[in-house]
Design a protein around this ligand. Structure first.
Ligand code: SF4
Ligand code: SF4
Length: 254
């Protein structure tokens, strides 16, 4: 069944890319048990209102998550300057559109196969004061073995951290994906690197943590600059590009 699900995802992306302004690299899909105790811990780690897979689907058995990597040209386009590139903004909007449309498609395909499914929108119940959502796609993808967290608060995957994550909850039962047994972020592994902190353009990312309000201010500034795009591009991503974990698993310096 995993091969079937992954085939559906890859075929959908290939079709979607034909009419989209951008395309994507090979997706990385991971599976978590819906009753994995780490989901309940997100209420302590992320926020008390963080939802559980069973809040979306009573009979939830599996959380399917996938990372959609941006192509090199998108990553390159965002390296220079203080403000996000137009292409980075387009990639954000198009990837959210892809996630929302593909999740509807996957849900229908699972129903046709006799399963139930519920999808979580690309941004779910975003709290504009706390600047957090009630479902963290990144945390779900971490639990589902897609990657590990970087100092830049992004998920570092086999294809790096430049991309976006989608999630789907189903009563289909499959073997969970094993999680990485090590930290992929160099700083978290051995205290080295820290390049993402140096790249932050609004003094929001520090070794001690992320100032969400300073970061969000920058996202809105970019959203304003890119306001002619078809929807809000509240993006930045400067701490994701031109760093060792941008497009692959970072390697320690020899
Ligand atoms: S740039 Fe370095 S420290 Fe920052 S998330 Fe990537 S690997 Fe970790
Ligand atoms: S997204 Fe931009 S403002 Fe936010 S932490 Fe990264 S570089 Fe800083």
């Amino acid at each position: 069944m995993k091969a079937k699900v992954e085939g559906l995802i890859e075929d959908y992306i290939a079709d979607f890319s034909k009419t989209s302004a951008i395309s994507w690299g090979k997706p990385h899909t991971g599976y978590a048990r819906a009753d994995d105790p780490l989901f309940a811990r997100l209420k302590e780690i992320v926020r008390p209102s963080h939802e559980l897979p069973r809040d979306f689907l009573d009979e939830a058995r599996t959380v399917i998550t996938y990372f959609l990597p941006f192509l090199e040209e998108v990553v390159e386009s965002n390296k220079e300057g203080r403000y996000s590139s137009r292409l980075w903004g387009i990639a954000y909007i198009e990837t959210n559109r892809l996630i929302n449309e593909m999740n509807k498609y996957l849900k229908n395909e699972l129903i046709k196969m006799g399963y139930q499914a519920a999808y979580v929108p690309a941004t779910h119940n975003f709290d504009e004061e706390a600047l957090m959502s009630d479902w963290s796609h990144r945390s779900a993808a971490y639990i589902a073995g897609v990657g590990t967290f970087g100092l830049n608060h992004m998920l570092i995957t086999e294809s790096g951290c430049c991309g976006r994550i989608g999630s789907l909850i189903t009563d289909l039962e499959v073997e969970p994906t094993p999680r990485y047994g090590r930290e992929l972020c160099l700083y978290r592994a051995d205290g080295s690197c820290g390049q993402c902190v140096k790249r932050c353009v609004n003094d929001a990312l520090h070794f001690e943590g992320l100032d969400r309000h300073r970061c969000y201010k920058m996202l809105l500034e970019n959203g304003e600059r890119l306001s002619d795009l078809e929807s809000l591009a509240d993006v930045c991503g400067k701490c994701l590009v031109d760093v060792p974990c941008s497009t692959g698993i970072p390697r320690p310096e020899e």
